[in-house]
Design a protein around this ligand. Structure first.
Ligand code: MN
Length: 262
């Protein structure tokens, strides 16, 4: 079963993630392009989970630095277990266990293979495709690589690469458009919607850069929740800083994106 590894890693009594019981003979809906999404996931490390719907599941890669629109920048993408289709719109808090942290739906849309046979392309380790999301568009490739450092040769290391087209550019998309396309929220707001108290002690990660980031988010979420409870301030007060507007977002590419920015 394609979702065995996904289920083995999780305790659905403790995680809000969808269990994803596969329907018999489930396939891509006829005549509709398949779904793709990118989930920004603050867990033991911040990463971006890139998922492509194929044959009833979401093929998944964890991209530590997130997608880059610059064709010169190849981003490491670790192939991970297939996820259920229902996972594709999940956003929320995983309180403990595997993947404990905060999941934000950072982008979604449809994808189109630019190869005749997706399975053959995956087996070969070279999948070309186009994306039609809110943040990611145009032509891309996933290319299997030999791996880095000691990991070499386990077949899980791929590179996510933007092809040169009108949607390529040097805009740092992760920095320019950091928020959820589902709710417009940042990590702190997503946590405030849930329960910031769960990590007052015993956070899923405490050390290093990620631990510091999470500590700040927990504090911000607790403040937000208190504000919301008191109705003293509108909840937009804790929105992301306006720094994106001052970034070098020039050219038609950026102008097009600005309208859709979340
Ligand atoms: Mn993840």
């Amino acid at each position: 079963m394609p979702l065995d590894e996904y289920r083995r890693k999780r305790d659905f009594r403790k995680s809000p993630e969808p269990e994803g019981i596969p329907k018999e003979g489930r396939r891509t809906r006829k005549g509709q392009p398949p779904f793709f999404c990118v989930q920004k996931h603050l867990a033991s490390h911040l990463h971006y989970d890139f998922r492509l719907e194929h044959e009833g599941v979401l093929l998944s890669w964890a991209v530590p630095k997130g997608p880059s629109l610059d064709p010169g920048i190849k981003r490491l993408a670790m192939h991970v277990e297939d996820h259920p289709i229902e996972y594709g719109t999940f956003e929320g808090v995983i309180p403990e266990g595997y993947g404990a942290g905060i999941v934000m739906l950072w982008d979604y849309g449809t994808w189109t293979p630019l190869v005749d046979d997706v399975d053959a392309a995956l087996a070969k380790g070279d999948l070309k495709f186009s994306l039609d999301g809110y943040k990611l568009k145009g032509s891309w490739a996933l290319v299997r690589t030999r791996g880095y450092g000691d990991r070499g040769g386990d077949g899980r290391s791929w590179l996510l690469i933007k092809h040169r087209d009108e949607w390529a550019g040097d805009l740092d998309i992760a920095d320019f458009a950091p928020l959820s396309v589902k709710t417009g929220q940042d990590f702190a707001e997503i946590l405030a919607d849930d329960n910031p108290e769960i990590w007052r002690t015993n956070r899923p990660v405490s050390g290093g850069e990620t631990g510091a980031m999470l500590r700040q988010i927990v504090e911000a979420a607790a403040r937000l929740k208190a504000e919301r409870a008191s109705h003293s301030r509108p909840r937009k007060s804790a929105r992301q800083p306006a720094s994106a507007g001052s970034r070098k977002a020039t050219g038609s590419h950026a102008a097009r994106r600005t309208k859709k920015r979340r």
